[in-house]
Design a protein around this ligand. Structure first.
Ligand code: 11C
Length: 348
């Protein structure tokens, strides 16, 4: 077993890490960190559990330590659920010694830090060597994208591999758990939609092109198509929905698009990594799917469900579809864990 820790273990994504790592076949939680006010407390006392599952017995008695490299002891991988501002300060310090699999946005666009979705761009892990050489670290940082980017990019990848994408428009309907809310605070947006999520549109636009780009020597050349995102918070607890519109350079058959999405496989499926969904993309024909409540937990929350896949007659060579992905599983904690499983398989 590989000994691991969770940085920022009491928040929403930190709790997802704990839930997904409990009884993991390769990783065992040894350390949990949080802010100074939780330090020294048993995890059960330090954290108010937000998830529907019960707090795993295995973490209840772990004494929470501060988020400081001198306090985490002898572990191999640290999963980071830290807020971006804290991650920017402390992740580089942790990486001097540890492998940091981070869900935070702070380091994602650093040129020597791999931003990875294992089904999309596993080759970007080659940047680890560049990073260690440049920074003199014994450990390293690997990051996963923003939750809306992950779901969108997984569905774009098989299309990008076979066709030339000219433009992508995406309108998101994002769950409140993406903002860290749950339970009573989340009710504040019932009967409402918030048409702005700070930084989200920029993240989708830059991260998607980066992930679908090419690694040339030691730098990423982003993909070159136009992408425009409009992001909105809606009264859904978990599961981000995205309406996607794509214009291709060439004509296509809609059944071919369905087929390549349905048949899409990546390295996690080939290596049978523990958290890999059998199919990364589930294509549904039902007119009223996907829906967050019905589809977010597909393949333990690790698959993205696509529905309403159809031609778009308003533009040439265009198609549109709706997708749902679990934002705190495939879009966050599960994404970091899948990255770590790949590292464990090919690097450790
Ligand atoms: C949201 N996507 O739903 C955000 C949360 O860059 O990892 C995750 C932000 C990030 O508000």
């Amino acid at each position: 077993m590989v000994d691991v820790g969770v940085l920022g273990a009491t928040g929403m994504v930190g709790q997802r890490f704990i839930e997904l790592l409990d009884k993991h076949p390769e990783f065992e939680i040894k350390v949990l960190t949080a802010s100074p006010r939780s330090e020294g407390k048993r995890y059960e006392e330090a954290a108010k559990w937000y998830l529907q599952s019960k707090m795993p017995e295995s973490v209840k008695d772990i004494k929470v330590v501060g988020t400081d490299p001198s306090k985490v002891g002898d572990v191999d991988i640290l999963f980071s659920a830290l807020p971006a501002d804290i991650a920017a300060k402390v992740e580089p310090k942790f990486a001097e010694k540890y492998v940091v699999a981070s869900n935070a946005s702070a380091m994602r666009m650093e040129p020597d830090v791999p931003l990875v979705i294992p089904e999309v761009n596993p080759d970007f892990l080659d940047l680890i060597e560049v990073q260690q050489k440049k920074r003199g670290w014994d450990g390293f940082i690997v990051t996963n994208p923003n939750c809306t980017t992950i779901a969108l990019t997984l569905t774009l990848k098989p299309i990008h591999d076979q066709y030339t994408i000219n433009r992508v428009y995406v309108a998101t309907m994002q769950a409140v758990s993406g903002a860290g809310y749950n339970g009573v605070p989340s009710m504040a947006i019932i009967d409402n939609i918030i048409p702005y999520i700070g930084g989200e549109e920029e993240k989708i636009e830059t991260e998607t092109l980066h992930l679908l780009g090419e690694l040339e020597e030691d730098k990423v050349i982003p993909a070159q198509f136009g992408i425009s995102a409009s992001c909105h918070r809606v009264p859904v607890l978990d599961g981000h929905t995205e309406a996607v519109f794509i214009e291709l350079e060439e004509d296509f058959e809609i059944n071919d698009i369905k087929r390549i999405m349905d048949e899409f496989q990546g390295i996690p499926q080939k290596l049978e990594l523990p958290s890999a969904p059998e199919k990364p993309i589930i294509v549904r024909e039902d007119e009223d799917r996907p829906q967050p409540r019905m589809d977010r937990d597909e393949s333990n929350g690790m698959a993205v469900t696509v529905g309403r896949l159809r031609r778009d007659a308003a533009f040439e060579n265009s198609l549109r579809y709706v997708l749902v992905g679990h934002n705190t599983i495939r879009g966050a904690a599960g994404a970091s864990i899948l990255n770590a499983e790949l590292i464990n398989e090919i690097i450790f």
